[in-house]
Design a binder for this molecule. Structure first.
Ligand code: GLC
Ligand code: MG
Length: 565
């Protein structure tokens, strides 16, 4: 066991669920230096998170849409993959205008996905296998079919009127201000019944809740407790940085850089609709709800520049455990940019703040399509060897790529408004095997399946020692068994090539050097300053000799190597 050094005093705390252990705050206190002073790390620090988009993972009943029993039937696979936690995109009752991100009841399961009993079974069995389960909390907006909104819209003096954001028309009868929906068009929808507009930063079927109203806060916190009491291990909180809007409803400034074809939501700078200083009070309150339970995690979906992002850890480590770090998605893919991003992010982390990295999600084109199949292997090695919790998007472990969807088959509301920005391509069904519909469903899949599924699927890659899946498993294995990779420090190493990003992970005497070739040419390197030789742990080619001379090292095109030095 490691020695206790400069560890903050352990705070004992009795949790809601009766357990009693060192508080998360105390045990987080000294992570940044990665030294031997820690006695314990929490599961969400050493673990790997795997995102499941439930509609697309596994269908159990032949209706063409994935469901909870389907996920249940694939627990063997998830256990074999050795991911530590699964995060499920929303499974709550929903009219599915935004595929579950429009919640009509925060405390139940949509019949499309199953029942509460199915959920409890899934949770229980995941726990038995040592896997955590995270849910997606969608607090910014509900569905317009939620009883809260139904009541709110019924009359101007409804008891729930103030649960949503209602405004009179402008003097000319038009929208109250220039706020825009992320899906395109005005964020205001006129409601005939009461002659006012309501705000929706997303679809018009997703009215924004009024987070300035304490009753709204209480209602969502109650919903959180409903799931935490059932044993859920935490939440990924949807658009947490958007929860509050300007109280004076001032217009947003026009974004001078926006051009036709860019994301519709970027047409204005969201200074009055995003990242308001007061939002941190809410994030802190949510965290307090979680902290009543042991070892739960709160992840915030936040698209912001790094300095703003860091604020969501909280001045006293009292906000999100993991404000999602999307830089591997949003930045151009080249060695110099990525190195800079890693260094800047590491330097910007508040003391005690635990890093995290994300390669893909249900809103972004798949990594294999963004950077190509060869670089997708580099990306996977990067994600699984960087310091900080990795989040993997289902299917990326077999290198699934985007699927072209004909315009008339577009499902995504964002894509319906602007086909170029459809998110359907990255939501295609999981490719399990070479049987019809890739083993995903016996019915008609809700989105087309990639046409390479006959050769590119889990079953085929399982038996191929050089496959992406084999690489993924090898990297997971290394991460799980080598403290240098799971909890070690991180330091970039200079090399003579602009195409190469190299870094060292260290813990105690254990040192792992990772060298990634972001280019399609081979690279000759001299890394003898790090070590004269080293033992190869893994290459993205899944071959290679055991020992290397680091003075004369040739990286093959698109090759990544992890070396014990
Ligand atoms: C988040 C979700 C996205 C959804 C939006 C509105 O960005 O990831 O899928 O459309 O919020 O809830
Ligand atoms: Mg189904």
């Amino acid at each position: 066991m490691l020695a206790i050094g400069r560890l903050a005093p352990m705070q004992r705390h009795v949790y809601h669920d009766g357990s009693n252990r060192a508080s998360q705050l105390a045990s987080m206190a000294q992570f940044k230096d990665g030294s031997d002073t820690m006695t314990e790390y929490l599961w969400w620090q050493t673990g790997i998170i795997y995102q499941i988009y439930p509609r697309s993972f596994m269908d159990s009943d032949g209706d063409g849409t994935g469901d909870l029993k389907g996920i249940h039937s694939r627990l063997d696979y998830l256990e074999w993959l050795r991911v530590d936690a699964i995060w499920l995109s929303p499974v709550f009752p929903s009219p599915m205008a935004d595929f579950g991100y429009d919640v009509a009841n925060y405390v139940d399961i949509d019949p499309l996905f199953g029942t509460l009993a199915d959920f409890d079974r899934l949770l229980q069995e995941a726990h038995q296998r040592g896997m955590k389960v995270l849910l997606d909390l969608v607090p910014n907006h509900s569905s317009d079919e939620h009883p809260w909104f139904q009541e709110s819209r019924a009359s101007r003096d409804s008891a729930k009127r103030d649960w949503y954001i209602w405004r009179d028309p402008a003097p000319d009868g038009g929208v109250p201000n220039n706020w825009h929906s992320y899906f395109g068009g005005s964020a205001w929808a006129f409601d005939e019944t009461t002659g006012q507009y309501y705000l929706h930063l997303f679809h018009r079927k997703q009215p924004d809740l009024n987070w300035r109203n304490p009753a709204v806060r209480r209602a969502i916190y109650d919903a959180m407790r409903f799931w935490l009491d059932r044993g859920v291990d935490g939440f990924r909180v949807d658009v947490i940085w958007l929860l509050l809007k300007d109280e004076q409803f001032r217009d947003n400034p026009v974004n001078p850089n926006w051009k036709e074809g860019d994301m519709p939501g970027d047409q204005y700078q969201s200074v009055h609709t995003a990242d308001l200083p007061e939002v941190h009070e809410i994030v802190r309150e949510m965290r307090q709800v979680l902290d009543q339970y042991a070892e739960r995690v709160m992840i915030g979906e936040i698209y912001l520049p790094v300095p703003r992002l860091m604020m969501y850890y909280g001045a006293a480590h009292d906000e999100a455990h993991l404000p999602f770090n999307f830089q591997l998605i949003t930045l151009p893919w080249n060695a110099r940019t990525i190195r800079e991003a890693v260094d800047t992010y590491e330097a910007a982390l508040p003391g005690g703040g635990w890093p995290n990295w994300v390669l893909g999600n249900h809103d972004q084109h798949r990594i294999a399509s963004r950077v190509g199949p060869e670089q997708a292997r580099i990306a996977q090695m990067l994600l699984l060897t960087l310091r900080g919790t990795p989040t993997c998007y289902y299917g990326d472990e077999i290198g699934m790529h985007d699927v072209d969807i004909p315009v008339e088959r577009i499902q995504d509301p964002q894509g319906k408004h602007s086909p170029a920005h459809s998110r359907d391509p990255e939501r295609s069904p999981m490719q399990w095997d070479s049987s019809p519909n890739a083993g995903f469903t016996t019915g008609v899949p809700w989105l087309p399946i990639a046409d390479d599924y006959v050769t590119n699927n889990v079953e085929a890659q399982r038996d191929d020692a050089t496959s992406m899946l084999a690489l993924f498993r090898r990297l997971v294995d290394l991460r799980r068994t080598m403290p240098a990779l799971s909890i070690g420090s991180q330091r970039s190493i200079d090399t003579s090539s602009d195409e190469v990003f190299a870094y060292l992970r260290e813990h105690g005497n254990q040192r792992v050097l990772i060298i990634l070739n972001f280019g399609g040419e081979s690279q000759d390197l001299d890394l003898s300053s790090v070590s004269v030789s080293g033992r190869v742990l893994c290459t993205t080619y899944m071959d290679s000799d055991d020992n290397l001379n680091l003075g004369y090292l040739t990286l093959r095109p698109n090759e990544g190597i992890a070396i014990a030095v």
